[in-house]
Design a protein around this ligand. Structure first.
Ligand code: SF4
Ligand code: SF4
Length: 435
């Protein structure tokens, strides 16, 4: 028997005599006139053969199966994520910034040649043993561009393995942007780094620099904006996609629009795809009091984010399987000592180490750090969490950040508090693609 999907959301389109119908699981979007809305509201009683019913079925608005059970099946039978090796590599945990909200365990020291050799051997062994057909590398830190020589050495060798095995290779970097010199940009091009993520937390030195603090006291805003303007499309291969993260709180929220305008102008000037998006600044207990005091509530952030019409960047359009790398079977964050973690935000925290790249062999007895691995896999499809199972946002949120869940917290997606706003943003996004 056909019934309404639990993930349908119907909202009136402002200034129009019409409604947007969005399904959060399939991503399907429909525009309903008032008459069509009435038909939709009686759809469960109409004959299955009716044309309108067939269309609603295609979009997943009407279903005759258990959607939660089906999503669980999709997750556990997903082959795609299981066939890739994902390595987040930190050549150093040192950083030239002193941001007050930084979660990282900063320490000096660089990755030795011996650890680099062990990473190459680990990558090759895993790709061969598990017949993996893709390697994704993310350069992380500390500040990874403090060690461009290590990025160069490892990139050449890891790309060589992929070439030998006929596997594909992709790379990205998280950088504070301070060292994005012409020379380092050329290195990133050689290293096939196609996603560059940086952070700016204001639209001017006055609004940004106290949050993005350079250790030597220089204005990080001025230098990073200059560096952004040095970006160029790559000569061959894919052009880089540059993402500017804006850690938004109550104090800097009013300046996001001005920064986004500057970034848009830089994108036009450089010919590079650069986008800025607001992320909710973490209000966790480890942060200083003034950062916690300025934190936005989920509801406030949800409203600000949707009013900036950036949900399409931050939020998936439909159910996508796994939340993040921490749940992928062959994904690891590796620090400069070669220690392995499931989540990049835990790098440097001894209690979350799963083993060392020199000796760790996944799924093999005796398993090192098995608890630290298993706890992350247990976050996949959190059936024991009744609130998530009943939540309309579940197909998009999947129960939130696994690291927080492991710590006993639930990190709700901001759109949970603004489902109307999200549905309208999705509706507008699909309409603009249709044009
Ligand atoms: S577990 Fe959470 S913090 Fe870690 S990578 Fe995933 S989303 Fe990010
Ligand atoms: S974490 Fe929150 S938003 Fe996400 S599925 Fe659970 S209840 Fe919904």
């Amino acid at each position: 028997m056909l019934k309404y999907s639990r993930y349908n959301h119907l909202v009136r389109i402002p200034d129009e005599e019409a409604f947007a119908l969005v399904n959060f699981r399939t991503g399907a979007v429909a525009r309903l006139s008032p008459v069509q809305k009435i038909v939709f509201e009686q759809a469960e009683d109409l004959p299955v053969s009716a044309k309108a019913i067939q269309k609603l079925r295609q979009g997943g608005f009407l279903v005759d199966y258990d959607e939660l059970r089906h999503m669980r099946t999709q997750i556990f039978s997903a082959g795609g994520t299981g066939r890739a090796l994902g390595l987040t590599i930190c050549p150093t945990l040192a950083c030239n910034f002193r941001c007050p909200y930084c979660f990282e365990q900063a320490r000096g020291g660089r990755m030795t040649p011996e650890v680099q050799d062990a990473i190459v051997a680990f990558a090759q062994e895993n790709m061969e043993k598990f017949a993996l057909h893709r390697l994704t590398v993310t350069w992380f830190g500390g500040e990874p561009l403090l060690c461009p020589d290590i990025i160069e050495n490892l990139s050449v060798r890891l790309m060589g393995i992929c070439q030998k095995l006929g596997a594909s290779y992709a790379a990205g970097i998280f950088t504070n942007g301070w060292f994005l010199t012409e020379e380092n940009l050329a290195l990133l091009e050689r290293a096939k780094v196609t996603t560059i993520q940086m952070t700016l937390d204001g639209a001017t030195p006055e609004t940004n620099d106290h949050l993005r603090r350079e250790a030597g006291g220089g204005s990080s805003f001025a230098r990073i904006m200059e560096n952004i303007k040095k970006l160029r499309p790559y000569a061959e291969d894919k052009a880089p996609h540059v993402i500017i993260r804006y850690n938004m709180n109550r104090e800097n929220a009013p300046y996001f629009g001005a920064l986004a305008a500057k970034i848009e102008a830089a994108a036009r000037e450089t010919g590079v795809d650069i986008t800025a998006y607001p992320a909710k600044m973490d209000s966790s207990i480890e942060n200083p009091q003034h950062i916690r005091d300025a934190a936005l509530s989920l509801d406030e952030y949800g409203r600000l984010a949707s009013s900036n019409a950036v949900l399409n960047i931050k939020t998936p359009a439909h159910f996508r399987g796994l939340y993040c790398m921490a749940q992928y079977p062959h994904a690891y964050a590796i620090d400069e000592l070669g220690d392995l973690y499931k989540c990049l935000e835990l790098v440097g925290r001894q209690e979350f180490v799963m083993g060392n790249v020199r000796s760790f062999r996944p799924f093999k007895e005796p398993a090192e750090g098995i608890e630290n691995m298993d706890r992350f896999f247990e976050t996949i499809f959190p059936e024991q969490d009744a609130e998530c199972m009943a939540c309309k946002a579940f197909p998009l949120c999947l129960g939130g950040c696994p690291r927080k869940r492991v710590a006993g917290e639930r990190s709700c997606l901001s759109l949970k508090s603004d489902l109307d706003g999200y549905a309208l943003a999705r509706y507008r996004e699909t309409r603009s693609q249709d044009k």
